[in-house]
Design a protein around this ligand. Structure first.
Ligand SMILES: Cc1cc2nc3c(=O)[nH]c(=O)nc-3n(C[C@H](O)[C@H](O)[C@H](O)COP(=O)(O)OP(=O)(O)OC[C@H]3O[C@@H](n4cnc5c(N)ncnc54)[C@H](O)[C@@H]3O)c2cc1C
Length: 491
């Protein structure tokens, strides 16, 4: 069966819904195809029960969504995010349980044919790929070497401590997911071992404001992908920070003080023995450096802008440095019965049957606009700038892409394709609200250059092809697995 529509949006997460919101405003005929039962699947079924956004409510700017302005500094729990997306979705043309299996281009007409898994083909003038970067939970291959009696879970499938077997837990990965899950587990009374990767630490609050307030003020979120020290820096793990329980700083030294055993990265699994790299102290030092650089950047910004902000000295904890460096861990002797892989996600855009990805498998585009007329991408971290992959910034990118789609109707020779566009539309110029200061630039150069330097061993691993699948595996700055230091986008 072949149907036609002006624009197909693939994926009904926040990015797909945001594009749909603007296309509807511009009266562009379109449909959003979502493979799951309902839109907002990632927040609905792929985060743990106690999850709360680590971005404050004032950063939740999905178009058309009211986010509870009475608590702008609070952090949305998972179900509130889902409710927001449900509210948004009810006004939009969404088809659920429609998995797109291919997007092909008819070279003669320039139209696209989008094929769905039920056999239907849709002919369309524009396609917006909004399938996100956190597509497939990635468990390193060495997970296969764990004994069958050990329960293995990816952070994507972790819900709460009750889900686990009785006994201790090894969490692999210390970026946002691994660190937050570790905290929940040990607070529930579990003995936890945490394999620490290279993610940095940001204090939740500093000098009277949330860290994200400072990042916004210093212009971080408006930094574009071209300003990164390397294209691969966009895959760096996010610093530890949490929005749960009103928002809190996560400090691995505090974990050590509270009884968590910190480990270096995983190198191998041999029977019931886990082999570890002796890099724990280096990794802890790297996390601490990120916090110091953040503090320096804020201090400099405050001074140079004549701001009044209460002085603050962040607590310096060292408990993790007092822990013995372990190079082996005997699972039976330590009572570990569960392993949680907080090791990131793989992504794969091969359903688009066109040469549209780079060597890392990341879409080649400029602000979401590909070289193929009518083919767009949205919702990826650093697609355009630092907020592109966040609820904070996806609306701006969505507006930009919707404008481009509407513009393809203005003066189009093929009026049929644009029959549903009510009125001619001229795209607005991209807005830049950036507050540029030399201190913001300095801060982010410091933070990103430390991420870059940590990527080198991951790069070497990538070349060995540890994950020889169709999914792409660019190096990951903070992976807690040495021999598989190649997960993708991590939170
Ligand atoms: C653990 C974690 C914590 C995060 N915390 C924050 C935070 O605090 N603040 C913040 O702003 N951001 C956060 N993010 C980042 C980001 O906001 C989310 O990942 C968000 O879900 C991305 O939205 P999206 O629409 O781009 O992609 P997704 O939400 O992943 O949506 C993609 C959709 O496409 C569908 N799909 C995929 N393939 C197909 C196909 N072939 N056919 C049809 N449908 C398909 C999927 O089912 C899914 O519904 C976090 C991410 C993670 C992983």
């Amino acid at each position: 069966m072949m149907t036609t529509v002006n624009t197909v949006v693939v994926g009904g997460g926040q990015a797909g819904l945001s594009v749909s919101h603007y296309l509807r405003q511009l009266s562009v005929d379109h449909v959003v195809l979502e493979q799951a039962d309902k839109p907002g699947e990632a927040w609905r079924n792929h985060r743990w029960d106690s999850f709360a956004l680590n971005t404050p409510r004032w950063q939740s700017r999905l178009p058309g969504v009211r986010y509870g302005a009475d608590d702008p500094d609070g952090f949305m729990p998972r179900l509130e995010i889902v409710a927001n997306l449900d509210d948004m979705a009810q006004r939009l043309p969404i088809r659920s349980r429609a998995r797109v299996v291919s997007v092909a281009r008819d070279a003669a007409s320039g139209d696209y044919v989008v094929s769905i898994d039920d056999g239907e083909n849709i002919r369309t003038r524009n396609v917006v790929v909004a399938t996100g970067l956190y597509q497939t939970p990635k468990i390193p291959e060495l997970g296969r070497d764990l004994a069958a009696g050990i329960r293995q879970l990816h952070s994507d499938g972790y819900r709460n401590p009750e889900q686990l077997l009785p006994g201790a837990v090894l969490v692999v990965g210390s970026a946002q997911s691994g660190a937050q899950i570790t905290e929940e587990l040990y607070e529930s009374g579990r003995k936890v071992y945490l394999a620490v990767g290279r993610a940095g630490r940001t204090p939740r609050r500093y000098r009277g404001k949330d860290a994200n307030w400072w990042f916004a003020r210093m212009g971080h979120y408006d930094r574009t992908v071209s300003e990164l020290p390397s294209p691969r820096a966009k895959f760096a793990g996010k610093p530890h920070i949490s929005g749960t329980k009103g928002g809190r700083t996560i400090n691995l030294h505090q974990f050590a003080r509270d009884g968590v055993t910190l480990l270096g990265r995983l190198e191998a699994i041999d029977g019931g023995i886990i082999k570890l790299k002796g890099d724990l102290h280096d990794n802890l030092a790297a996390a601490g450096r990120a916090e110091v650089e953040f503090g320096k950047a804020v201090d400099s910004y405050v001074a140079s802008n004549g701001m009044s902000a209460p002085a603050e000295t962040l607590p310096i904890l060292r408990d993790g440095f007092d822990q013995r460096i372990l190079t082996e861990l005997d699972l039976a002797a330590t009572g570990i019965t569960n392993v949680i892989w907080a090791t990131g996600y793989a992504f794969d855009f091969s359903m688009v049957a066109l040469p549209v990805t780079d060597g890392d498998g990341f879409p080649i585009q400029t602000r979401g606009v590909s070289a193929f007329p009518g083919l767009f991408f949205i919702g990826l971290p650093w697609l355009h700038n630092a907020k592109s992959g966040l609820i904070f910034g996806v609306g701006e990118d969505a507006r930009y892409i919707a404008d481009r789609i509407a513009a393809r109707c203005v003066g189009a020779i093929d009026r049929r394709a644009c029959a549903h566009v009510a009125q001619a539309h001229t795209p607005s110029a991209p807005k830049r609200s950036r507050v540029t200061t030399k201190w913001a630039d300095r801060a982010m150069t410091l933070i990103w250059s430390s991420a870059l330097s940590l990527m080198l061993d991951g790069f070497a691993t990538y070349a060995t092809g540890v994950y020889p699948t169709a999914q792409h595996n660019p190096p990951q700055a903070d992976s807690a697995v040495v021999s598989a230091d190649a997960t993708q986008s991590r939170e």
